[in-house]
Design a protein around this ligand. Structure first.
Ligand code: PLP
Length: 366
């Protein structure tokens, strides 16, 4: 009954965690990968106004012009664009939409797609689904992505490198110098770079740097899910060479059609909202987590996003997570994001009281 390609996606790891979680009453939940603040009022009001004004129909496939212009200006302002004048911006259905469209547009069956291990789960599944081969760049124990680590994994089948900084789940933020070296290597070898910058607003210790301006063949992906807590609104964007972006638009036309109309209208105003207070509060939450765990656990200080990726005492993450769940704390085993099962992911996108209780439980488990 079910098509063979569905066997290429294995969601059993995360399903097991959620099955266990379903039995928990009022868990201390540090598992959720989405902001705990709400969408800014001006954005909510703009969406309501758009709906009431009848802005409810299909939009152009590539997105409404005012949002495309605003996004392009915003990225330019943040020095995240290249100097090429043949680049184009399209609006996608979330950053995931941009990921699927770009992988489907560029990767042939048998092509190899590299990314850092630990990785964001969708990369592996999307690449498998379209018949590509995921190549895992081992970044343990410091979670840095360097040109040296990338180079070791290049073969004559390599088509693409996916870069995700700040990273989910490791919270690593790659310095500009490393990104430049990686881009130079990929440029020399003709490798495409997809830069997933969805956590670009959440870099706590150093300024966020994009690899996109250095990549000769690159696509920048970002969106409003994390920066403006608009996870359910499904608005993202993709920038790259217009020939490739136009192919992605062609695919969008026959799949997602367009990003939601009212959400696009509202997103125009989202880019003007000052989110620095939120970023400061997440930096503080990061500090609570790091200071609470650093003496008893092995972890790299998280540099961005809203995660900590911590070594499981005893070395078996699934076992440790089961123990945490038995003590009412919900966290995710590293095997969901990695070919290894040695670490666990904490999301600190939660209330301070919940974070503190979670840290107490973890420290009692040792
Ligand atoms: N990329 C990364 C690294 C993520 O962590 C997520 C969401 O968790 C996404 C992409 C997808 O985000 P969106 O809601 O914009 O599709």
């Amino acid at each position: 009954m079910i098509a063979d390609r569905m066997n290429k996606i294995d969601a059993s790891g995360i399903r097991k965690v959620f099955d266990l979680a379903a039995k928990m009453k009022n868990p201390v939940n540090l598992s959720i990968g989405q902001p705990d603040f709400d969408v800014p009022d001006i954005v909510k009001n703009s969406a309501c106004e758009a709906i009431n004004a009848g802005f409810n129909k299909y939009t152009p496939t590539q997105g409404i012009p005012e949002l495309r212009e605003k996004v392009t200006a915003h990225l330019k302002n943040q020095n995240r664009l290249s100097n090429r004048d043949d680049d184009m911006t399209m609006i996608t259905s979330g950053t995931s939409g941009g990921l699927l469209l770009s992988i489907m547009t560029l990767v042939n069956e048998g092509d190899e797609v590299m990314f850092a291990d630990p990785y964001f789960v969708m990369y592996k599944h999307f690449v498998n689904l379209i018949g590509g081969k995921p190549v895992f760049i081992d970044t343990y124990p410091d979670f840095k992505l360097t040109a040296e680590r990338v180079e070791k994994n290049i073969t004559d089948k390599t088509k693409m490198l996916i870069v995700n900084s700040p990273s989910n789940p490791t919270a690593a933020v790659y310095p500009e110098k490393d990104l430049k070296e990686i881009a130079e290597l990929c440029n020399k070898r003709g490798i495409w770079i997809i830069s997933d910058e969805i956590y670009s607003s959440f870099a706590y210790d150093e300024k966020f740097a994009s690899i996109f301006p250095f990549a000769e063949k690159g696509i920048l992906l970002d969106g409003f899910s994390k920066s403006h807590a608009m996870t359910g609104w499904r608005v993202g964007y993709a920038v790259g060479n217009k020939n490739v972006i136009q192919e992605m638009c062609k695919l969008q036309q026959y799949t997602y059609v367009c990003a939601p109309s009212m959400a696009q209208k509202a997103a125009v105003n989202a880019l003007g909202v000052d989110i620095s207070g939120i970023v400061d509060s997440y930096r503080r939450k990061r500090d609570i987590v790091y200071e609470s765990l650093k003496n008893k656990f092995e972890l790299v200080k998280p540099g961005g996003a809203f995660y900590a990726f911590v070594k499981a005492p005893g070395g078996n993450a699934t076992k440790f997570v089961e123990k945490a769940i038995a003590n009412n704390l919900l966290i995710i085993p590293g095997s969901v994001f990695s070919e290894r099962d040695t670490h666990f992911r904490i999301s600190y996108a939660a209330d301070d009281a919940v974070i503190k209780r979670g840290m107490e439980i973890l420290n009692e488990l040792i």
